[in-house]
Design a protein around this ligand. Structure first.
Ligand SMILES: [Zn+2]
Length: 389
């Protein structure tokens, strides 16, 4: 009874507190202080509430008035290797493989590396199917994937044997190792498998010996580890896909994973690692630079993080110019209509245009206007150098 009373009292007070700011009303705050909820800073120290009911976050879609030619460029300027391909169903039949070739042609994607973790019989069968389509034989490369569950002292020997067989069957890299590794995958003894677990060392060493680069997705956007509130940049995404949130009670912290990841790179200097999605450090370009400087065996791919590159065009122009050999083009989710956004950000000097997933980024993107020599490296030369021949 008492708690019901105090709850209703609390609700009444909360309603009153919110209602205290009337439409159009002004509130003064200390210079530099944040305006109260429901108001907007209009001058230093002055906040005002809108006079009309504001549209909500989902429905607010202002049309840009910036005069700019729409980009209709479907094809990349130079032939591309997509390091982070997930063609999945498109490799299941000869007809599907041929159709995939036509789609890739329409975008000027010359090579797709399928990061779908094939191994053993499935890898061999897929390779054989691809090899039976002469025009596609050199255009689809396959990564090999391994099961990191139940790792113990005997795990590596078995995995290395499978890796050697997969190399013989034509795999060009290991991957994509997915984010479960580090976040939730358990060892045979029930503990969390850390990224730098010593039981895995012989496997990474075998990757180096066999010249197999390792394509690894560690963690997820840092915002997924933070509270879902009005300060979280990914509030909309977390609200649309609540399963993407990593509750600290259940999962290691973002920084714990970064520490383990970097320790893995340090312990295995002869193994080449390609981090997926700019390592989810795309919002921190100085950190990326430090990573490239500290670990010469580390490369990055840019799948699904175009919104980070496009919102920091100068920082990324510098990054691409300083590390043109360390960044690989990759797309992730196979949606042909989304590739031209990448061409536009990397190639054009366009200002203020939309990203393809409004729930990833409520901001606009800008073109980097990268020079041809850098584009060629990022689009294909770096991938050609790294993948196993
Ligand atoms: Zn992927």
């Amino acid at each position: 009874m008492r708690s019901t009373l105090s709850l209703s009292l609390f609700l009444t007070l909360a309603t009153v507190a919110r209602a205290q700011i009337a439409p159009g009303q002004e509130v003064n705050v200390a210079i530099g202080a944040e305006c109260p909820a429901g108001t907007v800073s209009i001058r230093p120290g002055r906040c005002r509430a809108p006079t009309m009911t504001p549209p909500n976050l989902v429905d607010y879609r202002p049309r840009s008035t910036v005069a700019a030619a729409p980009t209709t460029q479907r094809k990349a300027k130079f032939p591309v290797t997509d390091w982070h391909g997930h063609p999945q169903g498109s490799l299941g039949s000869l007809a599907a493989i041929r159709a995939l070739g036509l789609t890739l042609d329409s975008l000027n994607i010359r090579v797709m590396v399928a990061a779908d973790r094939l191994s053993g019989d499935r890898l061999r069968a897929t390779r054989a199917r691809l090899d039976s389509v002469p025009e596609m034989r050199d255009r689809i490369k396959l990564m090999a994937g391994y099961d990191f569950r139940d790792v113990g002292p005997a795990w590596a020997a078995k995995a290395v044997k499978q890796l050697e067989a997969d190399v013989a069957a034509g795999a060009v890299a290991v991957g994509e190792i997915q984010q479960g590794f580090g976040l939730s995958t358990k060892k045979a003894d029930g503990t969390r498998l850390t990224l730098n677990d010593p039981d895995l060392a012989p496997f990474w060493e075998a990757c180096a010996r066999l010249k197999m680069p390792v394509f690894i997705h560690v963690a997820d956007p840092a915002q997924f580890f933070e509270p879902i509130d009005a300060n979280n940049e990914r509030w909309l995404e977390l609200s649309l896909f609540p399963g993407r949130r990593y509750d600290p009670a259940q999962f290691p912290a973002f920084e714990t994973l970064m520490k383990e990841r970097d320790d893995l790179f340090r312990r295995q200097p002869r193994t080449t690692f390609v981090i997926a999605h700019l390592g989810w450090n795309g919002n921190d370009v100085p950190r990326l630079r430090a990573l490239f400087d500290k670990y010469p065996n580390v490369y990055s791919e840019i799948g699904a993080v175009l919104y980070e590159i496009g919102r920091q065009p100068r920082a990324y122009q510098d990054l691409f110019m300083h590390y043109p050999d360390r960044i690989l083009f990759g797309k992730d989710s196979f949606q042909p209509d989304e590739y031209p956004y990448f061409w536009r950000v990397l190639e054009s000097r366009d200002d203020y245009f939309d990203y393809y997933r409004p729930y990833h980024a409520f901001w606009k993107l800008y073109g980097l206007g990268l020079p041809d020599a850098v584009l060629k490296k990022v689009y294909s030369e770096n991938a050609a150098r790294l993948m196993r021949k």
